[in-house]
Structures are given as structure tokens and as C-alpha cells.
Design a protein around this ligand. Sequence first.
Ligand SMILES: Nc1nc2c(ncn2[C@@H]2O[C@H](COP(=O)(O)OP(=O)(O)O)[C@@H](O)[C@H]2O)c(=O)[nH]1
Ligand SMILES: [Mg+2]
Length: 277
Amino acid sequence: MCGDEGVGKSSLITAFVKKTFIDNIQPQVPPLTVSGAKVTTTIVDTSADIDGRENLKREVRRANVVLLLYSDHYTCERVGLFWMNFLRSLGVSVPVILVAHKSDMYTVSQTDDTALQAVEEEVDPLLQEFREIELCVRCSSKEQVGVDQVFYLCQRAVTHPVLPLFDYKERKLKPAAESCLRRIFYLLDRKHTGTLGDEELQTLQRLSFGKELPLEHLNEIKAKFGVLPSGGLNIKSFLELMLQYAKKGRHETIWTLLRAYHYSDSLNLHDSFLYPK
Ligand SMILES: Nc1nc2c(ncn2[C@@H]2O[C@H](COP(=O)(O)OP(=O)(O)O)[C@@H](O)[C@H]2O)c(=O)[nH]1
Ligand SMILES: [Mg+2]
């Protein structure tokens, strides 16, 4: 957890653990380990004090993901002016989840569209400039809004990273990811027709969702790409479908598929697959 003094780092951790807001929390709360079914997460609070700088550097270098908070216009500017460059100068290249904290203070309600837009405008230049920022979300420890999601998104940034898959600037799949998906398409196309028919699409669904979807659903997907129910999905439509998943933040689906075909997080084939005993 990083961010300027007073943006609410310690409060956010406390809100997450205690499910309640405590005003005037201690300056720094101790490291906290949360064990889930699949991942164990250690949340480390830090201080932006110049005295604690060495400690901050050490913790940041050990991190798998950085949760970076801001809470007003000034601290938002500091994200671009100080924090991102600080992380880069340490050679840290892990995903960053940016959090617009204390959302209770600058929005009337969570469904207030103009407020949402304001936040997007505020951070858009940051998302453009710093690719390592995966996304920006709003939350409030005081009102307990979005607290769990913030930590979930951090975990997901590590277990299902979006950066190897999707180029935000170009709004398209990264070349390496695309070539993996092209290979997967080739392997899925068992009948070598150049398109994925119903049976092959069922295999695709099973591999990417763990279950087969009803036939109507397949036809819906086909219709989206202008394919008749009797036809199949060609490579162009297949890649377009994957791109849509990426754009909608459903990169978990893409990862499930890639992993089913033995790809590692760096998009190489696993050694155990390449060199079986
Ligand atoms: N309105 C509002 N105030 C908050 C929220 N979270 C923290 N604060 C207040 O912000 C101040 C700084 O919080 P703290 O957690 O100590 O910040 P830190 O220095 O980043 O650890 C405290 O007075 C908190 O009560 C929030 O979600 N909404
Ligand atoms: Mg603190």
C-alpha cells in the first residue's frame, strides 16, 4: 500500500479487516496476511515519511502488486509527479492498482455519472502515461464502499495479469498473446476447416469457462460476428471475441484458455509440457 500521508492507507486496511471505519487510526498498521482458497495475500502498510523511505523502498521491491492511493486533487497530481516515477526508479515493474479513496467526499452517490466521469478524466492521462497502472477504482473506507473489491482486484492483478494480454493505448491484444491465441485456434480447429464449428466451439467454451454453454449461446456469439447458425467462427472473429473479453476486463477467461493450453504467465509453454518425462 502506497500513497501520500493522509490518503487513508491505514484506514483502508482496517476497513478491510474489521469491516468498519475507525477514525484516527494508528499511523501504520502491522502487516496482515489473509489466506484464501487459492491465494495467500500479505498486505503491507507503509509510510510516506521521509524517515521511512528505506523501509518503503524495501517493501515496494518485495511486492507483487502495488495498491496506490490518492484522495483529492493534490494527491492525484502527486501520483504522476512523484509516485509512479519513484516506483520506476526502483525498477519495480509490477502492476499498480490506483485507488481514488474517500469517494464519500467527492460524490453524491455511487451512481452519480458526472462524478464518475470526473474521476475518469482526472486519471485518464495517468493511465495513458503509465502502462503499469492496470486500472483505477473508487472506494470509501468510511462508507465501506468498494473496499473488498479493491483487494480482490489486487489479487487478480497478480493471478490474472492483464498487461501481457492487452495494450490499453492501442486497444488491442498484445502481439505475443495474439500469436498464442492463433495457435490455440489452429489446435481447436480439429477438422481443419478454417472455422470453429459447434463441436469445436463447445470445446472452446469448456476450456475457457469450465463448462459447455447451451447451443443458443453459441448462436448468439456467431450472430454477433455476422455468422449464420450453420456456420463457424473464423480466426478474425475468434480474435475479436478474445479482444472483447480483454476490453470488458474479462481477461480471466482468456487466461483460463491459455493455461488450458499450457501457457505460463510469461506466455511461454511450460517446460513440463515441452519436455515430458
Ligand atoms: N471521508 C473519509 N475520510 C477518510 C477515509 N479513510 C480515511 N479517512 C480519514 O483520512 C485521514 C487519514 O487516514 P489514514 O488512514 O491515517 O491515512 P494514511 O496516512 O494514508 O495511513 C484520517 O483522518 C481518516 O479518518 C474515507 O474513506 N473517507
Ligand atoms: Mg497510515
